[in-house]
Design a protein around this ligand. Structure first.
Ligand code: ATP
Ligand code: ZN
Length: 294
């Protein structure tokens, strides 16, 4: 049962690595969040939306059980919890932030000639389901030691030979004398929705919010590129522009051989790209940020 049947409820991590970016996504989608003393809920001023602020681990259940209509959660947590029975939150789309990998790491001193080196070893993790599946698929019989936190200290405490944990930069592993040897899962934050369709009044709003999130996510990193270029080089220019489909070509008055090219590039536009464009005759190249995209 939804917490407020006539309002859209969005479950977000209250504090932690996903909290700030989740709130930013909501704001960029045009929802004005009113921070309040209420620990559990933040209200949105301009739409009937409530933000339910909880621990990330509770989000798959809250959305799966339809207490919240939407949620933002790391794929690592969602996938780990997707093993049990019960209603499941459904993935709507990846959100492009909170990137990290679930990796198996071993002490630097341990020899490693391949995954068979883990046979008969003890591996500490907070992700027993994902690790079990990974090992089973590779026919490796190892012992899984479940830990809630501070998994990276397990080898030093002689609790385990190896660990399986989420890492982004690898600094924590290094600080603990560990090195990553296997990737179990590549993760990022994902938008999830309840498997239960909301009431009609909320459904319309949910569709709008999802489309806006899609627009915010798609426009992030995207650039609008403009330049003047020789008409004869249009084919080459399209090849150089990263992730651009069908650039707009505009004639330049009084310059039959030249055209203006406008394109939306979905991927990063590097200096090298601009230099390549210049090399094939482009000039007056401008790269502009895109604020919104629909
Ligand atoms: P909570 O108090 O809400 O339970 P937590 O301590 O379980 O928080 P955080 O450390 O805030 O979780 O991480 C939340 C999510 O951020 C992770 O599940 C993962 O998806 C993502 N993440 C991104 N980078 C990292 C990283 N370097 N280490 C761990 N998680 C990361
Ligand atoms: Zn957590």
């Amino acid at each position: 049962m939804s917490a407020h049947p006539e309002r859209l409820t969005l479950a977000l991590q209250k504090s932690g690595r996903l909290a700030e970016r989740s709130l930013e996504l909501v704001r960029e989608a045009g929802l004005s969040v009113v921070k309040s003393a209420n620990e559990l809920f933040f209200r949105v001023e301009n739409y009937p939306v409530d933000l339910l602020r909880v621990r990330d681990d509770d989000i798959p259940t809250l959305v799966g059980d339809n207490v919240a209509d939407l949620g933002v959660i790391g794929l690592n947590v969602l996938a780990e919890q997707s093993h049990g029975s019960g209603q499941r939150a459904e993935i709507v789309m990846p959100l492009g932030f909170g990137r990290c990998d679930l990796k198996i790491a071993i002490p630097e001193s341990m020899e490693y000639g391949g995954i068979a080196a883990l046979t008969g070893r003890r591996i500490a993790t907070s992700y027993p389901n994902l690790l079990r599946k990974f090992l089973e698929e590779r026919d490796i019989a190892a012992e899984i030691v479940e830990m809630r936190g501070a998994v990276e200290v397990a080898p030093r405490l002689k609790l385990a030979h190896a660990i399986c944990d989420v890492v982004s930069t690898g600094a924590t592993l290094e600080a603990n004398g560990l090195r990553a040897v296997e990737t179990v899962l590549k993760s990022e934050a994902v938008l999830v929705r309840s498997p239960v369709a909301p009431a009609d009044i909320v459904k319309h709003l949910l569709d709008i919010v999802v489309e806006r999130f899609r627009g915010v996510t798609a426009s992030r990193g995207a650039k609008y590129v403009m330049m003047n270029a020789p008409r004869a080089m249009l084919g080459r220019i399209s090849e150089i522009l990263p992730g651009a489909d069908a650039p707009t070509v505009v004639p330049l008055v009084g310059h039959d051989e030249m055209v203006a090219v406008h394109a939306v590039c979905q991927e990063s536009v590097f200096w090298e790209t601009l230099e390549q464009l210049k090399a094939v005759g482009a000039s007056a190249i401008l790269v502009l940020p895109i604020e919104k995209m629909l």
